[in-house]
Design a protein around this ligand. Sequence first.
Ligand code: GDP
Ligand code: MG
Length: 205
Amino acid sequence: MNPVYHQAKFINSSPDLKATPEDQGREVAFAGRSNAGKSSAINTITRQNALARISKTPGRTQMLNFFEINARQRFVDLPGYGYAKVPVTVKKKWHELMERYLTSRKSLCAIILVMDVRHPLTEFDWQMVEWCQHTGLPLHILLTKADKLTYGAAKNTLLQVQRELKDIDFPLTIQLFSALKKTGIDEVHQALDLLFNADEKTELE
Ligand SMILES: Nc1nc2c(ncn2[C@@H]2O[C@H](COP(=O)(O)OP(=O)(O)O)[C@@H](O)[C@H]2O)c(=O)[nH]1
Ligand SMILES: [Mg+2]
């Protein structure tokens, strides 16, 4: 357990890149489809129920929600993707925002990709994996809601996802997690410690 993450505080929600906290220090972004369990994971990692409630507030789900751990470390809860009924204009706006954030944010040092263990590697997830591979951005995958499967079935999914991603050549780690049962917390804390403290990423050409 690393209690540093328990100090996290909500900074703000930003609908675009104009109201984001200053682009300094290091930022780890939580990405994944809507309902995958991103906010619950942040909540569990920081041991603070109020944080997840903030990102669940209607209207904030399509925003970038920023949390400060300390003066040099932040989390951002990225807007989720995958609501089939969302109008095309909203989808387009989401794409543009994600692309602008991912390409321009200098403090972004890693992605935590949150996937429901029962539905891993959706099309969105692959896009994210490929984006990280393309840019060399370290990626840590949380297969969450592991409590929804038996231990054996969850473990099999972990092995299967590891196999599917084995040829991908960039810093990539994968684990099981459950916000409900509070499992996998030490492992994600250790992953975050490494991601926050790894050498500064090489600038893109
Ligand atoms: N059983 C179970 N349910 C979870 C877990 N994590 C999240 N959920 C539920 O899944 C739903 C979506 O979670 P949320 O964190 O809001 O997802 P987000 O849209 O990715 O931020 C909520 O009803 C959560 O209570 C988990 O580890 N286990
Ligand atoms: Mg959320």
